[in-house]
Design a protein around this ligand. Sequence first.
Ligand code: ZN
Length: 282
Amino acid sequence: MRLVDAHAHVQADRFARDLPGVLGAAAASGVERLLVPGWNVVSSREAVALAHAPTPGAPPIDAAVGIHPHEASGADDSAWAEIAALAAEPFVVAIGETGLDYDRAFSPREDQLVNLRRHLALGRETGKPVILHCRSAAGLRDAQDDLIAELRTAGVGDRAWRERLGGRPPAVLHSFSGPVDYAEAALGLGLAIGFSGLVFRRTEESSADAVRRVPAQRLLVETDSPYLSPPGAPKRRNEPAWVGVTAHWVARQRDADPDTLGAALVAAYDATFGRGTGEQGT
Ligand SMILES: [Zn+2]
């Protein structure tokens, strides 16, 4: 099955000792595209460096640069200036990851909202999709509701924004978590949605319903390595090579042939991030 991993933090410390092996295993398992998002300035810089220096035998790497909601309070103006400068680099295909996290709430909500708004403005300005993390505490949906409200206020999905993105989605809901009507609201705004090992958790049953509603050209799979291990993967170190577990789950939920789905995943990745189309933002 052809595969993509649309969200893997392979610049994390946990991969420092054997990254070439991790990337080689990803390629051997079928992964043809790898998107590496930053979560602060240093990890964004590292993502860009990885994209610039491909490892022989590894999938091509694309980078995203941004500040995770957990890091929102620590990001000063100089950090933000560096993210904005990195965002212009050619191997940077997306802005993020950013978003809202009301579950662990390592940064106050007001700081997270300011951080999110900056990323949305940068996505619009650069013509690159914004990668969105969104978690509420189990059983709640306040972060999801706030996110959709913020996207609407920012004008995501309006005509000017769509034109700026050249038909690519303005944003990606990464590692989907939340109710089905939230997925529908995001799809209504033109977003793509990525599914991860989170779908196997007991509190995430609505993911099965959500994944059936996503149009193939806006459907992505990801690991969020080194986190969110699917069944079978080491608990403390998920890797891109495990993305097939989630992809096969997606195929079952959609009653799709895995090979057909795999080809669609690669096409959706390219349509979302512009790889191979020459449509990366300027
Ligand atoms: Zn992530």
